[in-house]
Each structure stands twice: as structure tokens, then as C-alpha cells.
Write a protein that binds this ligand. Sequence first.
Ligand code: SF4
Length: 362
Amino acid sequence: MHIYVHIPFCARKCPYCGFFSVAGKTYVKEYFDALEKEVFEQPVISSAEREGEMETVYFGGGTPSFVDASYVCNALKSIRHWFSIEDGEFTVEVNPNSLDEAKARAYKEAGFNRISIGVQSLHDDVLLTLGRLHDRNEALHAIRIAKDAGFDNISCDLILGVPGQREEDLYEDASCLIEAGAKHISMYSLSIEEGTPFENKYGDKLYEFVDEELERKMYHGLRDFLKTKGFGTYEISNCALPGYESRHNLSYWSGSEYYAFGAGSHGYLNSVRFAHPESIEEYVKDPMKRITEEVLSEEDKNKERCMLALRTSRGMNFELCKDYPDEIKKNLNLGYLEKTDTGYRLTSKGLDYANQVFMDFV
Ligand code: SF4
């Protein structure tokens, strides 16, 4: 079992961001009080489940490092008090401009053993286009801070396909991050999310600013580059040195159930997918409120497992594949899938048509 905790506070809203987060620190104390209440009073958690072993806890956002470290550390303490978690993976997401030595040390002392840094780029012009609040030096400094505080399991995010970004920028970024101590790199293609300032600016014409072919070249090029540095691509957007793959993210892709605490978080428990309202005020008033609940049938679960498994380098095993002979045949013929010793996975060509392939299985 796994736990996701959403901390929806950010210093400023990035113009491309579609995640649920708000700028500023209004209701921070009330929010963490509500979080504590949700953790302790979550009605769907039976005492038997509480005694079951938890494997991972992930504090994401938003920007967990934007708020005082004591809030995040106390929230982790509550979770660890309430759930049995031995040998767990405890991740906290941070941004370079809000991480300092004291916070990093506090996270380490509280038990976090993995830190995910929102670097996005080490090129100041790219960071400016993305509207980020940090520059290259701050990003590299954040990695040093994390290392000095005792973090070994360090992950960094990179965004590709940003207008004005060059292919070689990415390789240079990745090389510097690895040299600085990153053991895991997540790479995301810039996408235009509804209701964001980037939607006003680029609409559906991002391709006029970023050549689609170049974006794909960047993606494959970065994967290949990371491979030469010993990083395996274990999922479409994630590469890591052996042993540093994110256990939390792997749990999503294997279809595991997970708790979700906090406004705007999405969870999956007892075959039910649910979401909390994307409103801090509503969450503070009623932390147990769910705005959607979808009960998954065995067939739904199977379809979802296929789609999620296809995101990973391992792919779908033969057992999962047995209900989809036509879909498999079609995608094998198109060159989007290949057979392995254990099942089927996306080919290099298939990675560029991943969403199309997923649609065949849902
Ligand atoms: S820091 Fe992250 S979560 Fe916050 S606005 Fe920027 S991209 Fe979104």
C-alpha cells in the first residue's frame, strides 16, 4: 500500500502548470490541521488495513518546500505514527528557490529518504520562458544542499520541448545534474494545459514554436544519452540508475491501491477511484469530502493495468495480454509493440504513439 499527500501551496503559479495549487500561504495552518484530521479520521480505513504494511509515502504538490518544514515533517510523523511503515520510501518534492539547509536537514531527520527537485532546466533562458523562480545556480545549489543534508536518493525533473530550447541544452543539463548527484531523472514534454496562461499564449499552436520532430528527437536523444550514463528508462518519463527507480511511481504503474490525502488529491482504495475537491477552503471545512467516486469492475481494472503496464519498460505480461489478442496483433503489425520473454512492450516507435496504443486497451 502507498500514500500520496498533496501540498497545494506554491510561491507563484507557473504559467504552464495544470496541477492543483495556489500561490501564497493562506490557510496553511488550517490545511495541515485538516490533513491531520483526514489521516486520523479517514473513515474508509479499517483497523485491519491500518495494520497492513505501507511501502511508500510521497509528499507532492504544489511545492511542499514552500511551507515551513515543521508542517510537512509533522504530517509525515502523524502518518508514520498511524500506519506501519518499515523500510519505506519517503519522498518529498521541493523547488530550488524554497529549499535551504535547515529545511533539508529537517526533512532528513523526519525520515524522508528521497528528494525530488523541480529543476526543469539548467538554462536560464528556458527557465525564464517557463516562468520559474530559480536559475541554474540555485538549482545546482539545491542539489548540493540535499546531498549535504544526507540525501543520496535525489531525483530531478527536466522539461523538454520548451520554445527556444536546443537539443544539446538537454544533454548538458542531464550531464550537470548527474555530476551534481542526481540518481533519477524525470523528463516531461511541455504540454498546454487548459486554463493556463500558456494556453492563452500558445493555444494549440505550440508546434509553431517547437517543432514536433525536434521534440521527439529531444525525448529519444535524452533517453539514449542517459543510457550512456547508466540510467535505465524504466517508464516512459522516468530514468534512474539501478536501484533508484521510484517505488512509489512503480506502484501506480503496477495498479496498486493507494491512499490520497489533501485537497485535489486522487486515490484508489478498495477498488474505488476517488478525488478530493480542488479547493483549500472546501478541504479545510471537510477533509473527508470526495467529489468523485468510481467503482472499478474487474474488467476496468484489467484494462487499466494493461495501460499502466505499457508505460513501463517491462510492459504487459502474457497473463494480462490474454484478453486482447486483436489489439496486440494490430499494434505488433504497426510496429508499436514488440514481444519480450514475459509479454509485450512499446517499441521505440511505439513510444511516439503511446496514447494511441493505450486507447486500444481502454
Ligand atoms: S511550482 Fe510546480 S506545482 Fe507550483 S505552479 Fe509551478 S509547476 Fe505548478
